[in-house]
Write a protein that binds this ligand. Structure first.
Ligand SMILES: N[C@@H](CCC(=O)N[C@@H](CS)C(=O)NCC(=O)O)C(=O)O
Length: 210
């Protein structure tokens, strides 16, 4: 498998965590988002949307990290990243979607670029914009973790929700978002810091990192 991604991209990070939790080997091809490599002809042939990640598998290309993570779960069920009970599965997917649909898209690179170039935002304004979406999202997630978590977002082992959460915390720190109000989320970050699959997925440890 070849993972086309970028070290600091949250969607690449969540995909690396899932691949590592499943114990899979993969090659990494860095796509430098700062240089605009995601819009090169070569990369657009892989993913016409011009976004990372893309995962090449046996002649097929998978895009959109939620679809990649679901494919991983279907094809490599052990260890499971979703519980077996359908209600619990929906609850884990809801936590993942809270981040993947309702936080991350508002904070990604092209949104920041549009705010700077189209609306005259400086870095402080971009940081405030990020906090505007991360803080209420994390407030809701903190409540859900209080309800369902036992060391991780849901129960006592990592699930898809944790694959989404850890990169979003990393991104929140880059935007200088205050995280003191989220002790349960921070405890999960501490657990992830000690977990080899999460450690190996950390942006600083990727071959294309600065
Ligand atoms: N929904 C997509 C979002 C992918 C996405 O936004 N990727 C960002 C990096 S985290 C990207 O490639 N940005 C490039 C750009 O904005 O030009 C997914 O989950 O894969």
């Amino acid at each position: 498998m070849i993972l086309h991604g970028y070290w600091r991209s949250g969607t690449s990070y969540r995909t690396r965590i899932a691949l590592n939790l499943k114990g899979l080997n993969y090659e990494q091809h860095g796509v430098d988002l700062r240089r605009g490599d995601q819009r090169s002809e070569t990369y657009l042939r892989l993913n016409p949307q011009g976004l990372v990640p893309a995962l090449e598998i046996d002649g097929a290309v998978l895009t959109q990290s939620p679809a990649i993570l679901e494919w991983l779960e279907e094809t490599h069920p052990a260890p499971p990243l979703l519980p077996s009970d359908p209600v619990a599965r929906a609850q884990v997917r809801a936590m993942a979607a809270l981040i993947g649909c309702d936080i991350h898209p508002l904070n990604n690179l092209r949104v920041g670029k549009a705010l700077r170039e189209g609306f005259g935002a400086d870095q402080a304004a971009v940081d405030a914009w990020a906090a505007r979406w991360i803080t209420p999202g994390f407030t809701a997630l903190e409540a859900l973790v209080a309800r369902h978590g036992d060391g991780w977002c849901f129960g006592d082992a990592p699930t898809l929700a944790d694959c989404y959460l850890i990169p979003q915390i990393y991104s929140a720190r880059r935007f200088h978002v205050a995280l003191d109000a989220f002790p349960r989320l921070l405890a999960i970050e501490t657990a992830a810091d000690a977990h080899p699959a999460f450690q190996a997925a950390h942006p600083d440890r990727q071959p294309d990192a600065d």
